[in-house]
Design a protein around this ligand. Structure first.
Ligand code: NDP
Ligand code: MG
Ligand code: MG
Length: 341
């Protein structure tokens, strides 16, 4: 059984006694910063010159500084810029300004696991990674709940890094839902595998294929959209509440029988072999290298994928239908994807 932590296992005063700099104010950055502030923690934000996020942070009453100055003021530095910029940001702005003995906090283990960042030996290096998108991390905290987190310590120079990790996790509301002890390696590899095979890659491809098969067979795209995309959330909500068993209990016997007959036919054992190949590319670093090399070259492969995805016919159908469901209107924070930031 995994080692789990809840609010009673952590002492919030540990993080309340530190000066925290959150570098980056995007999906995770804004959520960590605001939740910590509301937990009574001294927070400042580090952003680059001309940052688009500056105004958002200042509108929340947060103090925004250039990255170097935020790091100089802090004894806890939280790196929440995108994974692909962290290496350069760390080398140029963070490490040269880092106070001796300051702690480095990550929201994902990528740069440590693949050696893009090699911290000095006197730094405490820890991770508190929410298992959910940043905007939900903030929303759940405000509603008195929390998104589960995983915690890891890579380097424990002070001997007290675990206390800091637990206090930080409590400060962002993660220990209300529960924290699991892990390592940078386990978090990075399982996170990449989950998002590629099941959550993002697997689910997106499954939805697109389902939509294509129905529309190519002459069914109306609007009906195909509801069937293959919209209802997915309703089914997944039941899984979250009570596992696959509750989902199967709620659906009709017809649907349940079809689940057993056709599930393994669509997702056949070959898919499991494909998943193992995906995991192998994660473990041997070839996925990480492909991503970072492409980013370093100006992201041509990434941009081409993104453009192709946006052109899929399901997007136009969905846009029209969501416009008719008033409760699905984008909130101001959730429109970032439209602007592509
Ligand atoms: P975002 O893409 O949302 O981060 C954007 C922020 O980073 C903006 O404030 C942006 O500022 C700033 N930024 C971008 N480039 C630079 C730069 N060169 N120098 C300084 N600041 C910069 O990141 P995420 O929140 O998605 O990811 C942050 C970390 O959290 C990653 O390690 C990720 O893996 C992890 N994580 C993310 C999750 C998520 O929900 N998105 C879930 C769990 C973990 P500007 O306005 O200047 O562009
Ligand atoms: Mg993840
Ligand atoms: Mg991830």
């Amino acid at each position: 059984m995994a080692e789990m932590y809840y609010d009673d296992d952590a002492d919030l005063s540990v993080i309340q006694g530190r000066k925290v700099a959150v570098i980056g104010y995007g999906s995770q950055g804004h959520a960590h910063a605001l939740n910590l502030r509301d937990s009574g923690v001294d927070v400042r934000i580090g952003l680059r010159d001309g940052s688009k996020s500056k105004e958002k942070a200042e509108n929340e009453g947060l103090r925004v500084l250039p990255v170097a100055d935020a790091v100089k003021e802090a004894d806890v530095v939280v790196i929440l810029a995108p994974d692909q910029v962290q290496r350069t940001l760390y080398a140029e702005e963070i490490e040269p300004n880092l106070n001796p003995g300051a702690a480095l906090v990550f929201g994902h283990g990528f740069n440590i696991r693949y050696d893009y960042i090699k911290p000095k030996s006197d730094a405490d290096v820890l991770m508190v990674a929410p298992k959910g998108p940043g905007h939900i991390v903030r929303r759940e905290y405000v509603d008195g709940r929390g998104v589960p987190v995983v915690l890891a310590v890579e380097q424990d120079a002070s001997g007290t890094t675990w206390d800091l990790a637990k206090a930080y996790a409590k400060g962002i509301g993660g220990l209300r839902a529960g924290g699991i002890k892990t390592t940078f390696t386990e978090e990075t590899e399982t996170d990449l595998f989950g998002e590629q095979s099941v959550l993002c890659g697997g689910a997106s491809q499954l939805v697109q294929y389902g939509f294509e098969v129905l529309t190519e067979a002459g069914y109306q795209p609007e009906v195909a959209y509801f069937e293959c995309l919209h209802e997915l959330k309703l089914i997944v909500d039941l899984m979250i509440e009570g596992g696959i068993a509750k989902q199967r209990w709620s659906i009709s016997d017809t649907a349940e029988f079809g689940d057993y007959v056709s599930g393994p036919r669509v997702i056949d054992p070959h898919v499991k072999e494909n998943m193992k190949a995906v995991l192998a590319d994660i473990q041997d670093g070839s996925f990480a290298k492909r991503f970072i090399d492409d980013q370093d070259a100006g992201a041509p492969e990434f941009k081409a994928f993104r453009e192709k995805g946006a052109q899929h016919p399901i997007e136009a159908t969905g846009k029209k239908l969501r416009g008719l469901m008033s409760w699905l209107k984008d909130s101001d924070t959730d429109t970032d994807y439209v602007e592509g930031s």
